[in-house]
Every structure is written in structure tokens, then in C-alpha cells.
Write a protein that binds this ligand. Sequence first.
Ligand SMILES: Nc1ncnc2c1ncn2[C@@H]1O[C@H](COP(=O)(O)OP(=O)(O)OP(=O)(O)O)[C@@H](O)[C@H]1O
Ligand SMILES: [Mg+2]
Length: 355
Amino acid sequence: MGFFGLFDNKTKPMLGLDVSSTTVKLLELSRQGDSYRVENYAVRPLPPNVVVEKNINDVEAVAQVVKAVVQSSRSKLKDAAVAVAGSSVITKLIDMPGDLSEDAMELQISLEADQYIPYPLEEVAIDFDIQGPSAKNPEQVEVLLAACRRENVDIRSTMLELADLVPKVVDVEAYTLERAFALIQEQLEDQEEQVVAVVDIGATMTTLSVLVDGKTVYTREQLFGGRQLTEEIQRRYGLSAEEAGLAKKQGGLPDDYEPEVLEPFKEAVVQQVTRSLQFFFSSSQYNDVDHIVLAGGVASMTGLAGLIEEKLGTSATVANPFANMSISSRVNASALANDAPSLMIATGLALRSFE
Ligand SMILES: Nc1ncnc2c1ncn2[C@@H]1O[C@H](COP(=O)(O)OP(=O)(O)OP(=O)(O)O)[C@@H](O)[C@H]1O
Ligand SMILES: [Mg+2]
């Protein structure tokens, strides 16, 4: 699905750009036959408060960082894919006559959309994707309708244009994650009928996505992330945010850091994961997951997967979308290896090049 009318159907390589609350992440992939290669990758921090809870507050400031990230990657690509947060998108499955042309279907959807969408239509961007024959009526097809406030889409296009890029795709984070998850699923042992929880723990947000057979059945966002640990390090040891962020990855903190700061934070992570899963169980037919995949920057923390396995009794791994990819010599492989779990969204966006 194109999402929000920007996709022109030609498969041409494009940059995946994940704009989060704290960073802009860029990824460029290429494909030879069945295998992918990381051609370019770069990450740059965003100034505080220009993006808050997935809302772009300062489009000029974000565009500047996007420009800088493209320059530092030295990618030549101009076409780009970005995403809006799943929580800003309403989706509905509807049945429509199977014999309509794409244009006729578009017209009919635009005429009927106000039944499904609780916003004034002139403020909404709509897109749709035919899923296949309807289960209820063989003459009908099931259509996935996605709607998002137009301003969420427009501000992302504007941001790319201000950065001298061409907006080709505005996708939805949940779908990007699903696309990247296909690469993780290949690495799991039992692949069929698997109920897998992907927990993305970023700087400020934790997103639980549950996938059954690779399809998202549930997502939920919570305000929790690595920033809490950074702030605790700042407070305790009198460091700047930047120093604390580095110390977190590289070490060199006083002896009491591990027992008094790091361990309690890890316990808090375990608690968050437990709580998010309980929310999922209580609102679904499921009462168990087969596997947990940890994503987001916090997943790079040593020993976290092991701790979650031990406390929850469910097998857990750290997401690495690049496990089966080759890596260009231009790319800093060890930095990519550390950042891999936080690049799921960027990967799903870069993969749009090949659809
Ligand atoms: N090796 C590491 N050990 C511990 N924490 C790490 C490591 N690498 C990254 N982090 C932390 O991960 C967080 C960033 O993760 P990520 O890049 O997924 O967040 P984000 O996508 O920018 O934020 P959000 O999703 O909340 O908008 C930061 O708090 C960072 O300090
Ligand atoms: Mg994130």
C-alpha cells in the first residue's frame, strides 16, 4: 500500500529515515537476488523537544538534522521513506465489491469514508490496500483502510523537502516493523503459528507489538525508555546528558553504578515488559507468547535478554535485522552492530525500495 498518496509504484532505491524523539536514523539497503546489503547508515541526535512523543514540533530543526545525517552518510539518494506513528493512524477492514477498478474503489471509499473515520474528511489523509477475497462473500474483497490526520503526513513531507529530499513514501510504523520483522522471523527456530512479542524500548517510548504468523495483532505504546537511566546517571554523578549517554554505552562510572543504578533500571525494564504483556493478554484471546524479541536502543544493554528469559520464563533474543545481510565497507560495522536493535523501523522503511 502506498499510504497517503505519495507512492508512485516504481521500485527505486530510497532512504529509510526514522525520525524518533531523540535521533534521526538513516539506512540505505540494496538487493542482489535474495540478499540485502547495507549500503549506508548514519545516526544523528536531535536537539531536545523538537520531536515530542512522535509529534514534530519544529520542522525546520528536524530538517536540518536530516540534512546533516544524509551528508554524513554520503548517500547519493534523494528519494526517502518516513513513517507516522501507529497511534496516529486509524485502520478498518471493510468489504467492497471485487470487480471494482482501483480508481472506482478509490472513489467509493472517499464517498463512504465518513462512516469509518471520526474526523472531518478534509483534515484526513486516506489510503487503502486490497487484502484478498472476503471471508464472508466470495464476490467481495477485503480492503484495509488507513486514515491519518493530514497534518501528520504533510509535516513529514515538508520536513523531507526542507532537507532537499523527495518524499516518496509516508508509511505507518506498525507496518514498517512488520516488514523488518520478516527478517527476524527467518532467524527464529519454529516459525509457524508463532506468537511473538516485539518490545521496542527506545529513549522515551516503549512499544509492544504482538505478531502472529508475522502479522501484527496488537500494539501499545508506553512512556518508558532509556532516558530514565540517562537522567538518573546525570543526577547521581553530576554529568551532562551527553556524558551520561556515553557513559551508559562505554562504562567508566563509579563502582556503585551497577548495583544501585543499572540493576534497578533493568528490573524496571522487566516490569515494563511484564506489564505490557499483561495488558495484551487481558485484551485478547492469548495468554502466552512463544518468544520475545527485544528492539530499540535499550535492547543493546548487556544481559537484558537473559534477565527477561529468567524472570518471564519465555525465550528472548535481541533483534538484529542485519544478521543475514552483507555490509558495505563504507559502513562502520561495529557501530552498526551496536545500533542494530534500534534500526528496525529504519530497516522496514528502507525495505520499501523493493516493493
Ligand atoms: N549499548 C547501549 N546500552 C545501553 N543503552 C543504550 C545502548 N545503546 C543505546 N542505548 C540507549 O537507547 C536509547 C535510544 O534508543 P532508540 O534509538 O531506540 O530510541 P529512539 O527511537 O530515539 O527513541 P523513541 O523511540 O523513544 O522515540 C537511549 O536512551 C540510549 O542511551
Ligand atoms: Mg524508536
